[in-house]
Write a protein that binds this ligand. Structure first.
Ligand code: ASP
Length: 325
């Protein structure tokens, strides 16, 4: 089915999408409306659409929601536009340390990697931890070694380098030197990617992948590889992938909080997601958003930042993508 959208028109997306099979995000720290030209905007939207279509093909061929989440996220990790895989942000020391997680809503199993530097697609590392180890979270050198051992594609750390992100680190370090203290967090621009999916069998899955926050220090790990904070999935409630300032998402246990409101307070998905983002996260001072999907195909994507790169695809192949409200 042909996609017809004009990015500038899509900003008033309805709050809830129905009959959705897959949703993706490309981060909440968007370029502001003033600086984002229509051609830049188009590039991001096309890539989101490519990710949606990759995951959709997988689902249509009868494969699982986990397969679709991995397929969609790989498209975004392989693109230098987003802060995940190639094109990820630099740490304060000029390294690239990647985090990712995945959860299977049908079994409750989960896997994650943190601070990895050589796994070409960190989301595949997370999945391997879930399926091929007795653990949930592996980090650093051990996680890189595990990925090599199980035969995942690995690369030199330089593969993830992009000039754009390098310039951004240099700029922020220069400003820090001038100010004599850390740059304000609004400059740390997010850009994480994530996906939530529902397959033919009605099983949900969620995944998230990121380079974390620009200029992060001392082995900092955010919410993205933390099950319950950045990623969560259960067939009984919903699948969630979050993006935004991770420290807040961890303290608010954001992804699980949405599921808990559905499970215990019996709130419908959109209301639960809205409440968690616009009340709990907002009150805690956190900025960002989530993509959420329930087993009936309802999809809500609330955020309290200026924008969030996001999109979804319905069972008949209709695509909707947007950046701003
Ligand atoms: N949540 C990520 C982190 O804090 C950043 C992002 O979403 O862009 O590491």
């Amino acid at each position: 089915m042909p996609v017809s959208y004009s990015p500038r028109e899509m900003i008033s997306m309805p709050k809830v999408y129905e009959n959705v099979l897959l949703a993706v995000h490309g981060g909440a720290g968007v370029l502001t409306r003033e600086v984002v030209t229509p051609s830049i905007e188009q590039k991001y939207l096309l890539r989101l659409e490519a990710a949606l279509k990759a995951g959709y093909q997988v689902l249509k061929s009868g494969k699982s929601s986990l397969d679709a989440v991995v397929a969609a996220i790989k498209v975004l990790e392989n693109s230098p536009l987003f802060n995940a895989g190639k094109g990820a942000v630099f740490t304060h020391e000029g390294r690239i340390e990647l985090d990712a997680s995945i959860m299977d809503g049908s079994t409750g199993r989960a896997g994650a990697v943190a601070c990895v530097t050589t796994i070409k697609n960190p989301i595949t590392g997370a999945r391997a931890v879930m399926e091929r180890s007795p653990h949930v979270l592996l980090m650093g050198k051990g996680a890189d070694r595990f990925a090599r051992q199980v035969g995942l594609p690995v690369v030199e750390p330089s593969y993830f380098f992009t000039q754009r992100q390098w310039e951004r680190l240099k700029k922020i370090l220069r400003e820090e030197r001038q100010r004599g203290k850390a740059a304000p967090e609004r400059q740390q621009k997010f850009g994480t990617v994530g996906a939530v999916a529902r397959d033919i069998a009605g099983n949900l899955a969620a995944g998230t992948s990121t380079g974390g926050m620009l200029n992060k220090q001392f082995g900092r790990v955010g919410d993205s590889p933390i099950i319950g904070a950045g990623t969560y999935a259960s067939n009984d409630t919903c699948a969630v992938s979050a993006t935004g300032h991770g420290e807040y998402f961890m303290r608010c246990v954001t992804a699980y909080d949405i599921a808990a409101l559905m499970k215990y307070a019996k709130l419908p998905l959109a209301q639960a997601a809205h409440q968690v983002i616009h009340q709990s996260l907002e009150q805690a001072g956190g900025k960002g958003g989530v993509i959420t999907l329930d087993a009936h195909g309802n999809c809500a994507m609330p955020f309290n930042s200026e924008g969030m790169y996001r999109g979804c695809i319905t069972a008949d192949g209709t695509v909707a993508v947007a950046i701003f409200k």
